[in-house]
Design a protein around this ligand. Structure first.
Ligand code: AMP
Length: 282
């Protein structure tokens, strides 16, 4: 497995055998089984697999969040070698954003609600780095997790709008045994916080149960989630949403499908999770 900080090495590896298919898995490292599920899927669908590990500073809107983000590149590389990954790009900040860098990708409407509203500038950072990764790796397919539902929507929009010649593949959310969605940030939780963190998936499942009983109103689904979250003293809600899965606009009245999503602080750690209901699910 080639592990390199140099952009030119990635290009050279990609162009050595132009006829081979490449799967790209962009990550910020501190890898867990959620990331490895993307890698395994990429492995089965492509001749070669590339992974990037880069904690992208421009997608963080809180300096303390960037500083606290877990980093363990040596261990990550061991995990990726064991998965049969061919190439890992571990750039430094100046490899991605060389001096004088001034070109950014802004996806408009779909970045405004939810994470975009809560984290100004976040998706500009995401779209910019992903566009750069697409140009560096020139993958046949790129793999993303449903864990970041709005990110998937933003990248699909960018790929369509700017005609990137690749396929976006979305993989289901991988969860811990107690339902908590795997996240690199989970490592930052203390024991009591870790127990409290299941409140996200419990809230989603409470709304799902309401849906199964025939409740279709956005307000009712949001209230069902809030009731569960309000009962957890360690949780501070950032947002609770029941939105149209395509437009991400909040459901006002009844809907035939819904993207339930939430962002919640458990202590100082901000966690997100989501669930799709109706025909758009699965
Ligand atoms: P990150 O390192 O957090 O930027 O995540 C890299 C990729 O892994 C993104 O496409 C995430 O959506 C995906 N991912 C992170 N956690 C999970 C999970 N629990 N299940 C599935 N995919 C995930």
């Amino acid at each position: 497995m080639l592990t390199t900080p140099a952009l030119d090495d990635v290009r050279a590896a990609r162009l050595e055998h132009p006829g081979l298919t490449w799967g790209l898995v962009p990550t910020m490292g501190a890898l867990h089984d959620g990331h490895l599920a993307l890698v395994r899927r990429a492995r089965t669908e492509n001749d070669r697999v590339g992974v990037s590990i880069f904690v992208n500073p421009i997608q963080f809107n809180r300096r303390e969040d960037l500083a606290a983000y877990p980093r363990q590149v040596a261990r990550d590389c061991e995990l990726l070698a064991a998965e049969g990954v061919d190439l890992v790009w571990t750039p430094a900040e100046e490899d991605v954003y060389p001096p004088g860098f001034q070109t950014y990708v802004t996806v408009e409407e779909i970045t405004r609600p939810l994470e975009g509203a809560a984290r100004p500038g976040h998706f500009r950072g995401v779209a910019t780095v992903v566009a750069k990764l697409f140009n560096v790796f020139q993958p046949t397919r790129a793999y993303f997790g449903q864990k970041d539902a709005q990110q998937v929507a933003v990248i699909r929009q960018m790929v369509r709008d700017l005609a990137f010649p690749l396929e976006v593949v979305v993989c289901p959310i991988v969860r811990e045994a107690d339902g908590l969605a795997m996240s690199s940030r989970n490592a930052l939780l203390g024991p009591d916080e870790r127990r409290a963190a299941t409140v996200l998936v419990r809230a989603l499942r409470a709304a799902e149960a309401e849906w199964a009983r025939g409740q279709r109103a956005g307000e009712h689904l949001r209230a069902a989630m809030r009731a569960v979250l309000d009962a957890e003293p360690l949780a501070r809600v950032d947002y609770v949403s029941a939105a149209d899965p395509l437009t991400l606009r909040e459901i006002d009245g009844e809907a035939s499908s819904a993207l339930l999503s939430l962002a919640v602080f458990i202590g100082g750690v901000r966690l997100i999770d989501n669930l799709v209901l109706g025909p758009a699910a699965g």
